[in-house]
Design a binder for this molecule. Structure first.
Ligand SMILES: [Zn+2]
Length: 259
């Protein structure tokens, strides 16, 4: 396989955008903080992080995972998010080439990374991501070849509607809120890019992986209390991303089983 300079540039851009995603994960849940100013600084000693200490993944390794001035360990989370973002750029490039489709899939996965880690940290999915995200997904339907704008609209309704019905019935049956409103808006956004087929796939894949992960956590003794909530957002995000890369063949194979 030939490696082109543009490919290398795209993957490096993915790593750098990963750095920005870390800032979003850290600052977006706090509405008082701008995601642009001030520049990055150590959360412990407040020392501004120098340009040469802010190189994705590499700086973390060179600094052995510690702040240069106060030697406080830096979370592994930072290089992991950067690496995931770079790998996503590579995966989108290999699968979609230089195309609108590749760009849209990369950006979607980047937003899903932010949603996932904020949901893990704070057990919430922010409207400031999903509401504009739904509109942007709808607009993207004009640029990508796998969905029309009509299918996008149906997907938004299917995503928002289906989880709303599940959440409402759970509330009626048990008197408790089982699913957050954030999950509903996230699925509407997912539907905007994947259509109703993607919504079905995402609910199915998200519930299956979420159940397995929950059982594994219980088995590992991490959850002594069964009522403790495991955030659903990361599993919905995982399902949606899987659908964008592999879902269509899986979905039609599954439908084909009944014909
Ligand atoms: Zn420090």
């Amino acid at each position: 396989m030939m490696i082109y300079a543009l490919d290398v540039f795209i993957v490096l851009a993915g790593l750098c955008i990963g750095s920005f995603l870390n800032v979003c994960i850290y600052r977006l849940p706090n509405p008082d903080q701008s995601i642009v100013f001030p520049g990055s600084h150590c959360p412990i000693c407040d020392t501004p992080i120098r340009m040469y200490d802010n190189i994705p993944v590499i700086s973390y390794l060179l600094l052995a995972g510690k702040c240069r001035s106060c030697r406080t360990p830096i979370s592994m989370r930072y290089p992991i998010v950067e690496l995931l973002s770079g790998l996503t750029a590579l995966a989108a490039l290999l699968k979609f080439g230089y195309s609108w489709e590749g760009l849209v899939v990369y950006l979607f996965v980047a937003v899903m990374l932010v949603v996932t880690f904020i949901d893990i940290d704070h057990q919430k999915i922010l409207d400031v991501i999903t509401l504009p995200g739904t509109v942007i997904c709808f607009l993207c339907s004009f640029f990508v070849d796998w969905i029309t704008w009509q299918q996008s609209l149906i997907g938004i309704l299917a995503g928002g509607g289906s989880l709303y019905i599940v959440a409402k019935s759970y509330l009626l049956l048990t008197g408790k809120m089982g699913m957050g409103g954030g999950d509903i808006k996230l699925l509407a956004m997912i539907g905007g890019l994947t259509g109703w087929q993607g919504v079905l796939f995402t609910i199915f894949a998200g519930s299956a992986t979420g159940t397995v992960a929950g059982l594994m956590l219980i088995a590992a003794g991490r959850f002594t209390n069964f009522r403790r909530k495991i955030p659903f957002g990361p599993f919905l995000a995982f399902g949606a991303v899987t659908y964008l890369f592999y879902g269509k063949p899986i979905f039609y194979w599954y439908i084909g089983l009944f014909h």
